[in-house]
Ligand binder design. Structure first.
Ligand SMILES: Nc1ncnc2c1ncn2[C@@H]1O[C@H](COP(=O)(O)OP(=O)(O)OP(=O)(O)O)[C@@H](O)[C@H]1O
Ligand code: SF4
Ligand SMILES: [Mg+2]
Length: 338
């Protein structure tokens, strides 16, 4: 049985045992493996992990792009994985995705007002006058004066402004769940905080739930109520953001936190503070997927996949046979090799 330990009160979205396989020439890639989690109404859940751990695939699976290979995804009272195409299209305005690269995600030939109005046009929402008014309001909400920007094309705007346009487009259709896939990664560091603040303000105004995807924990600290850490397609730790920062229970989370500390100390860093490379998802290790890089691995780690189970108070779950305690966290286990 899939162990969740990840329930939220009053969830708007519930994933149970979600897996996504890709058939490639080299073999079967299990990009997402048995993921179960809930997202509460109006909650902000961040998904973090190194490149290739399955974050984008998970986000796209929620939108049924493509449908997952296994598992159930409940959105309100619907299981998205079994809905007909027509029923799914009716819900699509409520589930929207913002991509990493704002410039290439916007049609270069269209003007901002048409780009933002696109979802309203596609789903025939409102009259022409109502649409125009909604576009103006939404541009104002994302901090772009419609008198100045509505007639521009993407090439006449900065990357940060384009990302504001992409966010406006994603929110205009009455969005209940906003998925941001590395939405600030391509922006200058100075712009990232601005866009994060903007998303937070919009969330307070419109009340959507936010699924915020990022490589490293530093980015998500201020924006998320909870964090899910992914490794090789699996969620390996899930809990309240403050608890995870103060007291990571999974060795991989501890490694990712090393990156956060370097950033806080103003060092040049990337998320590769955990030494070594993730194994291929075509040929994952037996037992715990992290065991080939884990300084705490024991025999059982090669034999048995650790399932997510509750640890401590606060609804935290961790998938590790030997979850960390305070003294493990204090010692610099990864630092010597990094
Ligand atoms: N269309 C595809 N066909 C085959 N394999 C794929 C496809 N898309 C993704 N993968 C593989 O699935 C795994 C997960 O990829 P995914 O893009 O979801 O990771 P990610 O966490 O979003 O990475 P990044 O941080 O680089 O965006 C990777 O091993 C990737 O190579
Ligand atoms: S289960 Fe074992 S190998 Fe995996 S993270 Fe925990 S201690 Fe490390
Ligand atoms: Mg991705």
């Amino acid at each position: 049985m899939t162990q969740t330990g990840a329930q939220a009160i009053n969830p708007i979205l519930s994933l149970r045992g979600v897996s996504v396989d890709y058939r490639t020439k080299a073999g079967l890639v299990r990009a997402v493996a048995d993921v179960s989690l809930d997202v509460a109404q109006g909650e902000s859940l961040s998904i973090v992990g190194e490149s290739g751990c399955g974050k984008s695939t998970l986000a796209r699976a929620i939108l049924q792009l493509p449908r997952p290979t296994a598992g159930a995804i409940a959105y309100q009272d619907n299981d998205l994985t079994t809905l007909s195409g027509a029923a799914l299209r009716r819900l699509r305005p409520e589930l929207q995705l913002v991509f990493q690269d704002p410039i290439s995600s916007l049609n270069p030939r269209r003007r901002v007002r048409d780009i933002v109005a696109e979802p309203l046009d596609i789903w025939s929402i409102g009259t022409r006058a109502e649409r125009a008014e909604r576009v103006n309001k939404m541009l104002l909400a994302v901090g772009l004066d419609p008198d100045v920007y509505a007639g521009r094309r993407p090439a006449q705007m900065s990357g940060g402004q384009c990302q504001r346009v992409a966010i406006a487009r994603a929110l205009i259709s009455g969005t209940k769940i906003l998925l941001c896939d590395e939405a600030i990664s391509s922006l200058d560091v100075s712009l990232r905080a601005q866009v994060i603040n903007l998303i937070e303000d919009l969330k307070a105004e419109f009340g959507f739930a936010l699924l915020f995807i990022a490589h490293d924990l530093a980015v998500v600290k201020n924006i998320s109520d909870r964090v899910a850490v992914m490794y090789l397609g699996r969620v390996v730790e899930l809990g309240n953001t403050d608890d995870i920062y103060a007291d990571p229970a999974h060795p991989y989370t501890l490694g990712l936190l090393g990156a956060v500390r370097s950033i806080e100390m103003d060092q040049e860093t990337t998320a590769d503070v955990v030494p070594g490379e993730p194994p291929s998802p075509i040929n994952p290790p037996s037992g715990c997927p992290f065991r080939t890089r884990c300084p705490f691995a024991q025999e059982i780690c090669a034999e048995e996949i650790p399932r997510l189970r509750p640890i401590g108070a606060g609804g935290r779950t961790v998938a590790c046979h030997f979850p960390l305690t305070g003294s493990d966290i204090a010692s610099p286990v990864f630092a010597d090799d990094a």
